[in-house]
Design a protein around this ligand. Structure first.
Ligand code: IPM
Ligand code: MG
Length: 359
């Protein structure tokens, strides 16, 4: 099998964690005889510095030509002047929109060993295993904006079609998991949320009668995410609520550095990125947690390359590294980014050896 992968390191800790992603992809290619071509491109602040454009045409063209993208993170204090005309984040939003990546899947599954790293009592974390499906190319992120000294506005818009396609993905995801879907909105205040409720309710009744469906207001949901997180299986929600709720949910796994994501459209193509940001405070120190990015590589093997077994082996290797304390400081370990990445590759090599021994 062959595939073209574009690596977009971006800013802050992005280059450090994506370097580990590249090493992992290369190791997987060698071990499993895959022809995986990796090309690196510019995005975000790094692209602004190089060519005053957070998403250069060349990057976009390479991405269109690829089977999958691995992205690090964008943004940082260097480019956060409120009066700046271009921002790194525009590159990320544009690539999501241009490539039609409307469904953002963010799994949240705490490792038992990390219970101490979470601010929650361990008993609250038992049985937590959820998938947040965040709408990614609509809502207030992309509505018309006005920006002045005395007035500003961000309009939040959703069409039926935009809601339908992401809810279909969420319903299918729920069906493959524990068969429960929760739609989170603010239908007591927002018109877009009332449309979400109507459309989602109709779709669930028509296409997913086998999936248990409920609706929650976002304020209550943000409380339940902390007070009874194990009740959630699949969550579907709009762009802004999904952004906020997934950062909140990351506290359940002990570190924002742990969470991967897949941004998908209608085909197999996808963009994979950790949900953490560029973490400028620790950038360049070699201490960033690469596991969210490596777990994103696992999602790429699953969703874009159709190799679920390889995805599972990467997840297992990350899991085992955490079990044996081979991790970065945010998880209570002592490893550098590079050492943590190498530990995952070593576990994977051991799996292959033990598989060979079993043959
Ligand atoms: C995320 C990030 C982005 C978002 C930022 C960097 C624009 O927070 O992917 O969650 O808000 O979507
Ligand atoms: Mg976010």
């Amino acid at each position: 099998m062959n595939a073209k992968i574009v690596l977009l390191p971006g800013d802050g800790i992005g280059p450090e964690v994506t370097a580990e992603a590249a090493l992992l992809i290369t190791a997987m290619a060698e071990a499993h005889n895959l022809d995986l071509d990796i090309k690196t491109g510019l995005i975000g602040g790094a692209a602004i510095d190089a060519c005053a454009n957070p998403l250069p045409d060349e990057t976009l063209a390479d991405c269109r030509d690829a089977d999958a993208i691995i992205l690090g993170a964008v943004g940082g204090p260097k480019w956060s002047d409120p009066d700046a005309k271009v921002r790194p984040e525009q590159g990320l939003l544009k690539i999501r929109k241009e490539l039609g990546l409307f469904a953002n899947l963010r799994p949240v599954r705490p490792h038992p060993k990390l219970a101490d790293a979470s601010p929650l009592k361990p008993e609250y974390l038992e049985g937590v295993d959820m998938m947040v499906v965040r709408e990614l190319t609509g809502g207030s992120y992309f509505g018309e904006k006005q920006e002045g000294d005395d007035f500003a506005s961000d309009s939040c818009t959703y069409s039926r079609e935009e809601i339908e396609r992401v809810v279909m993905r969420a319903g299918e995801t729920a069906r493959q998991r524990r068969g429960k879907l929760t739609m989170i909105d603010k239908a007591n205040v927002m018109a877009t949320s009332r449309l979400w409720r109507k459309v989602t309710g109709e779709l669930m009744a028509e296409h997913f009668p086998d999936v248990q469906y409920d609706e929650l207001l976002v304020d209550a949901a943000s409380m339940f995410l902390i007070s009874s997180p194990a009740q959630f299986d699949v969550i579907v929600t709009d762009n802004m609520f999904g952004d906020i709720l997934t950062d909140e949910a990351s506290t359940l796994v002990g570190s924002l550095g742990m969470l991967p994501s897949a941004s998908l459209g209608t085909g197999n193509f996808g963009l994979y990125e950790p949900i953490h940001g560029s973490a400028p405070d620790i950038a360049g120190k070699g201490i960033a947690n690469p596991f969210g990015t490596l777990a994103s590589v696992a999602m790429m093997f699953d969703y874009s390359l159709g190799m679920k077994d390889l995805a599972q082996s990467i997840d297992q290797a990350i899991h085992d590294c955490i079990s044996s304390g081979e991790c970065t400081a945010d998880l209570g370990g002592t490893l550098s980014t590079a050492e943590a990445g190498a530990a995952v590759r070593k576990k994977l090599a051991e799996f292959s050896l033990s598989q060979d021994a079993n043959v």
